[in-house]
Design a protein. Structure first.
Length: 154
């Protein structure tokens, strides 16, 4: 068992305010998708307010929402993102969020029990944007093993 867990940050710039009719379907699915995440194998923790989601938190600007969570491993998160009902919402993201030329999603390893804050997470996103994938900050496309996992070539 690893002494590390996978943290992820996903940011999204909304095309309209959260309370607009354009965003209604997204907002109406938040509770269901968040509950799905929490019930998914490998889920550990997610950033949320007393309202049960993180949409009220706007540390990166009024139009940008953040999703920050911790999972046991890459495969657990990947299964939730791409092999659950979450994928239906993911496919519709361009209805609600602007496209970006920069990375909007980052993964990194944290010690078991650590709950990263948005500042730490955004720092990791900036590392990925500036330097590309590394053990410090990566994506599903080029994932890195936990620090205490033996390299694939050994």
């Amino acid at each position: 068992m690893s002494d590390f867990q996978l943290a992820q940050l996903n940011i999204a710039v909304m095309t309209k305010p959260l309370d607009s009719p354009v965003m209604a379907d997204f907002v109406n699915n938040l509770d269901r998708i968040n509950a799905l995440a929490e019930a998914s194998p490998g889920f550990v923790w997610r950033l949320q307010t007393d309202d049960g989601d993180a949409t009220a938190l706007r540390p990166l600007g009024e139009n940008t929402i953040v999703n920050l969570s911790v999972w046991e491993d890459v495969e657990s998160l990947k299964a939730y993102v791409y092999r659950s009902a979450h994928v239906d919402i993911l496919r519709r993201r361009r209805e609600w969020f602007q496209r970006s030329e920069q990375a909007e999603f980052v993964l990194w390893w944290v010690p078991v029990g650590h709950q990263p804050d948005v500042e730490e997470a955004y720092d990791r996103l900036q590392i990925l944007r500036k330097r590309g994938p590394s053990a410090e900050a990566f994506s599903f496309r080029e994932a890195f093993a936990a620090p205490d996992h033996p390299p694939a070539n050994s």
